[in-house]
Ligand binder design. Structure first.
Ligand SMILES: Nc1ncnc2c1ncn2[C@@H]1O[C@H](COP(=O)(O)OP(=O)(O)OP(=O)(O)O)[C@@H](O)[C@H]1O
Length: 350
């Protein structure tokens, strides 16, 4: 990684709230112009980390730097308003008594009027709301308000933009258009952005790199492709793509599992014969010629596929996705094969 090109650097950042270690040794290195996401379950520390970067909270130890300049450390904390960091919070908080144009120009008051107008027109065009410039927020849809909040944060050209769950409260249909739109706007502006989300699909669609967090720690910081293909921990494997772990036994030539024999991975766990094997629902296929047949415990119709919960020999349950025309009943056995491109193993019990 090119350190000279880093916009945001977090080095071993730690924070406790009373007895709870909320952030534990967080190190990240975000490049200029990159979009990164903090992804993790509720309560893992994502928003707290954003507040530390914004300067609203001070770390117990570690350092936060932006463009090579130290922003926060035990001895030194630069005030939030002096950080050149833009923020969009969950509740958007547009000023209801100001028009769209006035909201967007809010952070530009120190600039000459003509410059303000130029930036305003540029941003209105970018967010596709030129016709709404004189409207008040109450006359806009949720998606339009979200775009205005984004334009307001982008207006002063911050060095870094922090967005906390920018799509919370939006339905999945609206999200599917807003998410790629947001990425396009951020890339067009070239603004380094860090976005908090608990939604994997959102993170994968938005980010160049994703930091997967749990219990105040970053488990993996990598591209969406690497995180999906090569999860660094059992937590990441389960959290991303609804991965499931089943028991496996390593022999000299293969891995024996309840779903059959799988090839040995290129990278093995040292000296461990009892392992957990990552299985994704989409890697399992219906095959009438298979000698492995698993009884159905429950089924859910999901439109373009059917989600079955099946029982393994060791009584553990597994989810598989099969074509909707199969229509298997409860306790009926389904013959399946596993088609994995690669085998991913973890220590048993993780
Ligand atoms: N001011 C505070 N005082 C004490 N504990 C706090 C405070 N703020 C957050 N916490 C605790 O810190 C942990 C992390 O909270 P945080 O809001 O950062 O999580 P999150 O990952 O953003 O969750 P969510 O996705 O639900 O917003 C939680 O256990 C929370 O209860």
């Amino acid at each position: 990684m090119n350190q000279a090109n880093a916009m945001l650097e977090l080095n071993q950042v730690r924070l406790r709230f009373k007895q709870q270690q909320v952030l534990d040794c967080i190190s990240l290195n975000q490049l200029t112009g990159e979009i990164n996401c903090l992804l993790g379950p509720s309560g893992c520390g994502k928003s707290t980390l954003l507040k530390l970067i914004a300067g609203l909270i001070k770390p117990d130890s570690g350092t936060i730097s932006m463009a090579g300049k130290e922003l926060s450390s035990k001895r030194n904390v630069i005030a939030p308003e002096q950080r050149q960091i833009g923020m969009v919070f969950q509740d958007l908080a547009l000023f209801p008594h100001l028009t769209v144009a006035e909201n967007i120009c809010f952070g530009l008051y120190q600039q000459p009027k003509q410059q303000q107008q130029q930036r305003l027109q540029q941003l209105l065009e970018l967010i596709g709301l030129t016709a709404k410039a004189e409207q008040y927020p109450s006359a806009l849809s949720g998606g339009q308000q979200q775009r205005v909040a984004l334009a307001r944060a982008l207006a002063p050209k911050p060095k870094l933009l922090l967005l906390d769950e920018p799509f919370s409260g939006f339905d999945s249909h609206l999200k599917s258009t807003l998410v790629p739109e947001l990425r396009q706007i951020l890339k067009h502006e070239g603004i380094t952005s860090l976005i908090v989300t608990h939604d994997q699909h959102e993170a994968f669609a938005l980010a160049d790199r994703v930091a997967v967090m749990n219990d105040g720690q970053v488990h993996q910081y990598d591209t969406p492709q690497q995180i999906y293909r090569c999860p660094a921990s059992a937590f990441v494997a389960r959290f991303i793509g609804s991965g499931q772990l089943i028991a496996g036994k390593v022999t000299a030539t293969a891995i024996e599992t309840a779903l059959g024999t799988l090839p040995l991975p290129s990278k093995q766990l040292a000296g461990n014969s009892e392992v957990s094997v990552l299985i994704r629902a989409e890697d399992i296929q219906y095959d009438p010629s298979s000698h492995i047949s698993l009884p159905v415990v429950s089924q859910t119709y999901c439109g373009n596929y059917q989600r079955y919960q099946v029982r393994l020999e060791d009584d553990h349950h597994l989810f598989i996705h099969l074509a909707t025309d199969l229509a298997a009943e409860i306790e009926q056995s389904i013959p399946i094969v596993i088609k994995q491109q690669q085998t991913t193993l973890f220590d048993r019990g993780l």
